[in-house]
Design a binder for this molecule. Sequence first.
Ligand code: 13P
Ligand code: SF4
Length: 312
Amino acid sequence: MDLKSEILKLKEQKDVLILAHNYQLPEVQDVADYVGDSLGLSRQAAKTNHKTILFCGVHFMAETAAIVCPDKKVLIPDLAAGCSLADTINADQVRKWKSEHPNAVTVGYVNTSAEVKAELDYCCTSSNAVNVVKSIPVDKEVLFLPDMFLGSYVAKMTDRKNMYIWAGECHVHAGIKPQEVQEKLTQYADAEFLVHPECSCTSSIMYDVACGDYGNRQVQILSTEGMMNHAKSSNGKTFVVATETGILYKMRKQNPEKEFIPMSDAAICKYMKMITLDKVYLSLKAEKYEVKVPKNIAQKAHLAIERMLAIS
Ligand code: 13P
Ligand code: SF4
């Protein structure tokens, strides 16, 4: 059986929109209607007319789609596709933290469970985190969760001194070793560096660049979609990419004349890779596994997500 054509046939028959994150396996990206970053995928989910959304990504992303589209069926091919970053904080921990800072505004990365989102004032993604924090009055304390590297990047970019940051991290981005960064900086002197703000190297790279340590070296801190757009629009020929390696597939496909080098070959998210073409097919066929969010949680979380979608 040709899985790809079966999936495309079933998708039409059942009126399903397939969304895939930039880190998905190439063959999964190839059957999707839209491939993008967390913010772009939430936006696509919010505006679709299809009855069902099949989400090829991790669980919190499918939950976000279920929250913004309460009247649609949202499916994920494997319920075990989680996120190590989202797992670093639960709703009880957020409530406790808020009780210690009763006047603070709480900003949470989209990489959180629906229960955590229900406790937030604002949700954000890596592409709009800086602008979300900028929109908060400067005299207000900010609690930022759960990624400490994205948090410290945002604090630096907004020059905010009253921001408290949760000490969470993504094992994939935090796992990119300083030695790998050093090696690539030395080896690819003329390359542009595209770095995801979840990387632990983000803060040190920014500091080194600000100090002029790398001369005119081009370093961009960007969300996955920001990287994709930059790769297309830049006149550069070689790019070192510091994020999950799944992003290289579309980058290379869209820019065959340019060269893309992973900062680390080991930067692979095992959760993203749980979504295989076989599972996509089975999911479509049997309409499983449906992701549902209890109404009371979804209503509260929706407010924070709407605020995120309003700020680009
Ligand atoms: P983006 O929002 O940049 O797509 O990142 C999502 C993510 O999970 C990064 O690891
Ligand atoms: Fe979560 Fe990290 Fe995987 Fe992104 S790469 S989904 S943050 S575990």
